[in-house]
Design a protein around this ligand. Sequence first.
Ligand code: NAG
Ligand code: NAG
Ligand code: NAG
Ligand code: NAG
Ligand code: NAG
Ligand code: NAG
Length: 356
Amino acid sequence: MLSHIFGLLTWLLLTASRTVAISVPGSVPGTTSHFAQVGGNTYHYLRSRPEGTPIGTILLLHGYPDFSYGWRYQIPHLTSLGYLVITPDMLGYADTDAPAEFAEYAKKKLSTDMALLMDQIVPNEQIIVGGHDWGADLTYKLTIWYPDLVKAFFTLSVPYWPPVFGLSAAPFVDLPYLVLNNSFKTLGYELQWRDFDYDRRWQNETEIHWLLNAAYGGLTANGTNPLSPYTGFDLPLLPHLLPNTLLNASDLAFYVQNYAKKGLRGPDNWYRTYHIDWEDELQIAEDLAGKRVFHMPSLFIPGTQDAILTPSTWNNSGQYYDNLTIMPVNAGHWVMPQAPDEVNRILTTWLAGLSN
Ligand SMILES: *[C@@H]1O[C@H](CO)[C@@H](O)[C@H](O)[C@H]1NC(C)=O
Ligand SMILES: *[C@@H]1O[C@H](CO)[C@@H](O)[C@H](O)[C@H]1NC(C)=O
Ligand SMILES: *[C@@H]1O[C@H](CO)[C@@H](O)[C@H](O)[C@H]1NC(C)=O
Ligand SMILES: *[C@@H]1O[C@H](CO)[C@@H](O)[C@H](O)[C@H]1NC(C)=O
Ligand SMILES: *[C@@H]1O[C@H](CO)[C@@H](O)[C@H](O)[C@H]1NC(C)=O
Ligand SMILES: *[C@@H]1O[C@H](CO)[C@@H](O)[C@H](O)[C@H]1NC(C)=O
């Protein structure tokens, strides 16, 4: 009985603090696992401490289809430079909540979630933010909505576009029209991914394995890529792909296991908020029209082999920034695992410049 009460007390304490230090096979070395209540949802995040007192805090935002583990090559490097590193599973992913309602994934709301999360972890501190893919988009939005929070930021793969795709004037124009009229035809794949029927295809670990193997570069035996920027995945091909060469078998299994927790509804919801985002951002878009948006030091690391985000999508980005450094690396879309040493070298140099 006593031990029951003690067990209950321990459980209550752990639940109340929402913090568990665990070490999961396959997880990122040097990190501990934590939970925080943020804006009605529970977020899971990795916390990685440097030796000694941190010289600053870096928040890392992953993209689609990824989770906190996508930063595994950068986290230990950044802590070795003296930073405290916070890496959430973004809303919809892995051990973070995954509400079904897509309005929960509006980018202003997600920006507020990140600001509230950082308020809990390092209150009153200016932070450095790093983002990849949708995490890059959220880095721009977080910086626009909470400029005082962000001391400097770096993004990978996805350049800044003024809201929404630079077509901010009323009325709202939705993506299917822009794909059809050829102004954004390489975003045709998003039309597949935001279709609600698409989420339901990924119900068990086998199906999720097919999807993630394809997303990370799995090809057919004759070298056909099942992913087209114009139309998305060629779904009947997915069960027949060779193993991708980017995630080894144990990493892919770790991804599958984490995606099986929540399914694809939450991750796909990131593609469904353009109209809400447009409404949220209309005033800001008008205020910022023709002006520079970002005043803090900024770094952009594009992959030169990215099939969708080609150089013409980012080579004019400088107009939006006071202080942008562009450092292209020889990689495709998955810049962090494809060019880990180069990315870490670029970050080292850029971060050293910040402290001068
Ligand atoms: C497509 O439509 C958008 C919104 O009406 C317009 O701004 C753009 O110029 C059009 N593009 C082409 C190629 O017609
Ligand atoms: C998972 O889905 C695949 C394809 O739909 C199906 O063939 C397989 O039987 C399912 N596996 C389980 C364990 O339900
Ligand atoms: C390669 O394989 C795919 C799928 O099996 C098939 O549709 C395509 O025609 C093949 N291409 C060539 C060049 O053989
Ligand atoms: C798979 O890759 C990860 C790094 O992403 C590495 O830690 C692990 O040792 C590799 N596993 C095997 C079996 O090679
Ligand atoms: C950007 O790329 C486009 C297409 O490749 C090219 O026409 C343009 O001159 C480039 N602009 C700059 C500033 O390099
Ligand atoms: C731009 O930012 C870097 C830090 O990344 C800093 O060293 C440099 O002085 C800044 N340049 C200007 C013109 O503000």
